[in-house]
Ligand binder design. Structure first.
Ligand code: PEP
Ligand code: MG
Length: 600
């Protein structure tokens, strides 16, 4: 039966493929593809895991004390029955043989299928046996984990394999931690659907950076969609169509082809400098998560890296942090790849929806810190871990010997923080001098993403070389809307007058102080805001490489003095800014860039 699920569109485009459900198991489940030739061996591993648990349960049963309650014995029987039912391990074989899932993934996929059947049972007693099944599966997963330590680790370490000729796969999950999302950069998935999340949650940001269609905040997609269902993701509308009819499928395939043509057309702008109609040169920089992203940055025509989110180097690790050498190698490789173009490295922004370990936003919110976005995050964490901070700064400074490096600090809200940063830099430079390690000139910048920083910007500007406005957090903290919470996603509004005022003032104040200012939040890469930001006087935008062409197209068609003249009326109007701005643009004949409207 065909049905639709609605969510928040976070990454544009259409993806069509088969659903892969990743269960949010309490046990750390590795997800990776095996080679087709290894399928029987992998199945044998699963059988060994099952047999080990069978023996374990039989031993438990045999050792039950005489006076143990009868229910315990009966429960072990139920577990043994479930474990050896052909609907479990035997059926999981298909996932291994047909889909090349590793044993753990195949077993958890089969658990999903069976769990649904239990959920649909009328009889209360039988329905409650789902919990027993889950326990049995967790035992097998634990047995497999002890047997196979060398398998790729982590909750969802999906390793890319060449699956040419097979159906495209779309990932469906209750929630995906940013740490897992980064693994997916190298994976085969062509689209993402999650129950949780907002437009600027880090999971959404990474999906966008991969230019892969994604819909988040669907609330129950992972419950409604079944393994292997055919699914269409409409990343423009935020719609997910499950088991579409042939006619709908054909329509979306047409849209996919149109989008590919449009992307190919925009890609031709790569070497065109971003110069407005009135002759202003605009810098279009790239936001990257890993050094390897510089390839996409250069391919898209970026003239620098405006935001290297260094925290992604700190994720997907088994408890340790990256050493100075490891960080140095990563920063150096990005700097060298950009060949003289500026690389802005942001010091680690761990915390909020980017925990060090593979926790999802939900787990973090409910099980650990009540309000992580307001907690020990970003520069607060760095200052609380001084030796880690010095290590990172040393690595960044050493990389500056190989090209143009700028240092950017997230979430600054106090002048005292800047003083502490400067003292630490002084100490780090002293250490490098002592050991004779080379470093270059490094400009210091802070992110404006807490209203306090935006309000006291003139004072901050006296102590730094440049600022970068992080609109994702600035909106979150100005409007008191958790950016990762789909329940309040409708209130997360970049067009809110308070946000626009803070932005316009910050840009104007930085310019008045003669300091460089850029925007590196998601607003910079959304072509709906390009004219508005140009009107505010912005000349440096930083975004995902895939967004550069459409923003550039807007810039090429913009007449900045004309746009700027309209700005005061937009900021002061009682009418919603979005509507007012659109009306003004229409009445002044501004051409809308981006993909043409497509028939649905
Ligand atoms: C921002 O807050 O706008 C930003 C760019 O930083 P992040 O999204 O990594 O928090
Ligand atoms: Mg931020």
């Amino acid at each position: 039966m065909s049905f639709q699920v609605f969510g928040i569109p976070v990454s544009r485009g259409v993806a069509i493929g088969r659903a892969v459900l990743v269960a949010s198991s309490r046990v750390d489940v590795a997800h990776y593809f095996i080679g087709a030739a290894d399928a029987e061996q992998e199945y044998a591993r699963l059988v060994r895991g099952r047999d080990a648990v069978t023996r374990e349960l039989q031993a438990l049963k045999a050792e039950l004390p005489e006076d143990a309650p009868h229910e315990l014995d009966a429960l072990l029987d139920v577990h043994l029955l479930l474990l050896n039912d052909e609907a479990l391990v035997d059926a999981a074989r298909d996932w291994i043989v047909d889909r090349h899932y590793n044993a753990e993934w195949a077993l958890s996929a089969q658990l999903e299928v069976l769990a649904r059947q239990f959920d649909e049972m009328e009889d209360d007693y039988l329905r409650e046996r789902k919990a027993d099944l889950e326990q049995v599966v967790e035992r097998v997963l634990a047995a497999l984990a002890t047997e196979q330590d060398e398998s790729p680790s982590g909750a969802s370490a999906v390793v890319a394999r060449d699956f040419a000729g097979e159906d495209p796969l779309l990932l469906v999950a209750a929630d995906i931690a940013p740490a897992d999302m980064i693994q997916f950069k190298r994976s085969v998935f062509q689209g993402f659907i999650t129950d949780i999340g907002g437009k600027t949650s880090h999971t959404a940001i990474v999906a966008r950076s991969m230019a892969i269609p994604a819909v988040v905040g669907t609330r129950e997609a992972s419950r409604l969609i079944r393994q292997d269902d055919w699914v269409i993701i409409d990343g423009d509308a935020g719609t997910v169509i499950v088991n579409p009819s042939p006619i709908v499928l054909e329509e979306y395939r047409f849209r996919q082809r149109q989008a590919e043509l449009e992307n190919a057309r925009l890609a031709r702008l790569r070497h065109t400098p971003a110069i407005t109609m009135d002759g202003q040169r605009i810098e279009l920089h790239a936001n990257i998560e890993l050094p390897g992203d510089t390839v996409a940055a250069l391919a898209s025509g970026a003239t620098g890296v405006g935001l290297f989110r260094s925290e992604f180097l700190f994720m997907n690790r088994e408890g340790d942090l990256p050493s100075e050498e490891e960080q140095f190698a990563a920063y150096k490789s990005a700097v060298e790849a950009m060949a003289g173009l500026p690389v802005t490295i942001r010091t680690v922004d761990i915390g909020a929806d980017k925990p060090l370990d593979r926790m999802s936003v939900n787990e973090l919110r409910h099980e650990h810190v009540l309000n992580p976005a307001m907690g020990l995050r970003a520069i607060r964490w760095s200052l609380a871990e001084p030796s880690m901070f010095r290590q990172q700064l040393r690595a960044i400074y050493r990389a500056s010997a190989f090209g143009k490096v700028k240092l950017l600090v997230p979430m600054v809200a106090h002048l005292g923080e800047i003083r502490q940063i400067q003292e630490t830099i002084k100490r780090v430079k002293g250490q490098l001098d002592e050991t004779g390690q080379a470093y270059g000139e490094v400009q210091l910048g802070v992110m404006v993403e807490v209203p306090a920083a935006a309000i006291m910007l003139p004072q901050l500007l006296r102590h730094v070389d440049f600022v970068s406005i992080g609109t994702n957090d600035l909106i979150q903290y100005t409007l008191a809307i958790d950016r990762a919470d789909e329940a309040v996603a409708h209130l997360y509004d970049p067009w809110h007058p308070a946000v626009l005022h803070l932005l316009a003032n910050a840009i104007a104040q930085a310019r008045a102080a003669g300091k460089e200012v850029s925007v590196c939040g998601e607003m910079a890469g959304d072509s709906a805001f390009t004219d508005l930001l140009l009107a505010m006087g912005l000349t440096c935008f930083s975004m995902h490489p895939s967004q550069i062409p459409s923003v550039k197209q807007r810039i090429l068609r913009a007449d900045v003095p004309r746009l700027s003249a309209a700005l005061p009326r937009i900021l002061e109007s009682d009418e919603p800014a979005k509507a007012r701005w659109r009306r003004w643009r229409r009445s002044h004949g501004c051409i809308d860039a981006g993909r043409p409207a497509l028939p649905i």
